[in-house]
Ligand binder design. Structure first.
Ligand code: ACO
Length: 423
């Protein structure tokens, strides 16, 4: 059997054999038979927009790998910074490479004083930290004019290091501003996650020492959120980057995509949902409502995973570690009951709806003291490395500018009517 399909245009009787390569069919081949006939695929549910060698995802089997390494092994043995290096460079670093990388990231954590004093402090007092982050990331492009030089590899590497290093600083600054606390400068003697926690929580102490279990848990969450192939925000990064915009502007677009409740905002929605359910006896009526089409079970379902999200399994274990330190999040019992009911209910089974990464991550963040508004921000910090890995891959592939077609279904041509003659 040849690895190909044959398409027949019934209007003309012409046929075309198209090879199936790497699990896909080249649209350029299709166009040879059917020029001007477009695939109608809103939401890109059946479209592969690129070749990529960064993350591998098998949604039916519940598998996620970064550069071939299973996510479970990385979460168990690696660190976020090592994973970021892996995503960007394709290989795990040697000791020397890691030490240089960590040094570079650690020494680019500071932001320009104008960014803090004039830009971030100009926001309204109750600005959402994710809105602030989206804008701050875009504003970085105005501080680093060399960022436009995207085909200069040295400049490209510099912007990548700056972005990964400054995300926690901007994130913590957005939080401190929103609660009226003074900004905390990075402490470059601390590891990545511990430094972020210091910028978040430090008050009058000489040095903020995060509980090592909590900084480790946060680092694991950063690993789990670092990349997830062509999700909505990564697609935004690649689409905007394909116009050859600088990486800060492209990253700001990706951040904006992550802001939405269907994507990075979902764990915030999970906590809101658990709060609104309030107690165990309300779980069954809530599930009934969802099945009747009133709202969704937040943190359940995924475009690609039609099985338990492997990241959710790791997060569930991490939650146990965190709760030993912080005390159990009172919403946990409701979440466990919801999961149990849903996993045994035909509505969710038949639609292959399982917990996704966001179902338990919010409970951890909340137990660690993060306000709900910070949840998408916490997601954006590590995802920046995935976005950048895809941006580099897209540039190295000399990708065309993203420019899909549409099927026009509007009004036919008509003549302009002056305002006094309109009815
Ligand atoms: N609760 C109840 N029903 C659901 C849910 C849910 N969470 N998710 C999907 N369904 C149902 C839909 O109503 C639909 O049912 P129908 O066939 O009877 O109409 C069916 O399952 C398919 O749903 P779609 O919306 O077509 O699936 P899609 O792949 O477009 O959506 C999404 C995926 C957006 C993640 C969806 O499952 C959802 O809204 N989940 C809740 C929000 C969430 O947790 N988002 C985080 C995703 S992970 C991440 O971004 C990091």
């Amino acid at each position: 059997m040849p690895d190909s399909i044959t398409v027949t245009d019934n209007r003309t009787g012409k046929t075309l054999e198209i090879p199936i390569e790497d699990g896909g069919i080249a649209a350029s081949e299709w166009s040879k038979l059917l020029p001007g006939i477009w695939f109608y695929d809103p939401g890109f549910t059946s479209t592969a927009a690129c070749m990529s060698s960064i993350s591998y995802l098998d949604g039916d089997a519940g598998i996620l790998r970064y550069r071939g390494y299973p996510i479970e092994q990385l979460a168990e043995n690696s660190t976020y910074l090592e994973v970021a290096y892996l995503l960007l460079n394709g290989e795990l670093p040697t000791e020397e490479e890691y030490s240089n990388w960590e040094h570079e990231i650690t020494h680019h954590t500071f932001i320009h004083e104008n960014m803090r004093k004039r830009f971030l402090e100009g926001f309204h007092y109750d600005a959402h930290p994710m809105g602030m982050l989206v804008s701050a990331v875009a504003a970085l492009s105005t501080f680093y004019a060399d960022a436009k030089d995207i085909f200069n590899l040295e400049s490209r590497d510099k912007q990548i290091i700056r972005l990964i290093a400054k995300m926690p600083t901007l994130a913590a600054a957005a939080h401190r501003f929103s609660i009226g606390m003074p900004f905390v400068y990075p402490d470059n003697g601390l590891h990545f996650a511990a430094n972020f926690l210091s910028m978040m929580w430090k008050t009058a102490e000489f040095r903020f020492e995060a509980n090592p279990v909590l900084s480790k848990a946060l680092d694991v969450l950063f690993i789990l959120h670092a990349d997830h192939e062509q999700n909505c925000s990564t697609t935004a990064m690649r689409v905007v980057g394909s116009s050859h915009a600088d990486p800060y502007s492209s990253c700001a677009a990706a951040c904006a995509a992550l802001y939405g409740p269907r994507h990075g905002g979902a764990n915030e929605q999970v906590i809101r949902m658990l709060n609104s359910i309030g107690s165990l006896e309300n779980v069954d009526p809530f599930i009934k409502q969802v099945k009747e089409g009133h709202g969704r079970l937040q943190g359940f379902g995924h475009r690609v995973y039609k099985n338990y999200d492997p990241r959710a399994k790791i997060i569930k274990r991490t939650a146990d570690e965190v709760f030993k330190v912080t005390g159990k999040n009172p919403l946990l019992d409701i979440a466990l009951k919801l999961e149990e009911v849903a996993l045994n209910d035909d509505y969710f089974i038949s639609r292959k709806l399982y917990p996704n990464v966001d179902f338990y991550s919010g409970l951890i963040y909340q137990a660690m003291g993060f306000p709900l508004e910070m949840f998408p921000v916490l997601f954006a910090i590590p995802r920046a490395s995935g976005w950048l890995a895809h941006w580099v891959e897209m540039l190295d592939q000399d990708s065309k500018i993203a420019r899909p077609r549409q099927l026009y279904n509007g009004t036919d041509s008509r003549d302009y009517v002056s305002i006094e003659k309109r009815v």
